[in-house]
Design a protein around this ligand. Sequence first.
Ligand code: MN
Ligand code: MN
Length: 270
Amino acid sequence: MRPLIELIGLPSDSNSSFERGSALAPPAIRAALWSDRGNLACENGMEIGQDFELRDRGDLQLFERAEDDALIRAAVSESIASGAVPLVLGGDHALTHPVVQAVHAAHGPLTILHFDAHPDLYELFDGNPRSHASPFARIMEAGLARRLVQVGIRTLNRHCREQAERFGVEILPMAEFTPDRVPVLPGPLYISIDLDGIDPSEAPGVSHPEPGGLTVREVLAVLRRQTGWIGGADIVEYNPRFDQHERTAIVAAKLLRELAALITRNASRG
Ligand code: MN
Ligand code: MN
């Protein structure tokens, strides 16, 4: 049976601390994915629809209030119960917390590989515990992850450094980054890609651009080395309002294809 991967769009940006716009991302990423300007091949030779099935649950209707988290958990749980691996399109990074809650409910404690310019470990940001600057504080304090490895980090302040120490987060600072320094994590693995982890020269369409970031090629090199089976993934923080000629949407669509191919490859490795 071909592995089944299911897209779930979560158009929510009310927990963004600075700019709105990431709620517009899911349809823009889908448009880039299915555009005739490219094909459906992935770099490991797999093709969408040939080597795995890519189903689309569409966009979840959200209301920009705290109760959205329960709707997100329910949609992700339904997806997993149907036999799919959920691949979530944000929205801002706040949604990773309820998504991880649902993946954890199905598979137990996760290892998490997190690409981002920011550690997103704030206890609170602007008084909001659901801020997109805080999802990994919520995930770690609830014990949802056995390990959290963060890649691309280049904005670590004192508070977040203390939070990382408190939670045992493994941060690979951008200053010393090479792909082979990233540990290969056992499953169940969850992969969260905040597009601002990538350098703004390659992915300008984000709310918090931070120079000195990862290349797309480096992200792909880190992904390619991972062999653990993957229980879920997300691509978040694409903000079409700041994109240029759809460049960032095309990056997001490429990463979507590559994540789907990696989920498929690693599933067959048991
Ligand atoms: Mn983030
Ligand atoms: Mn970020």
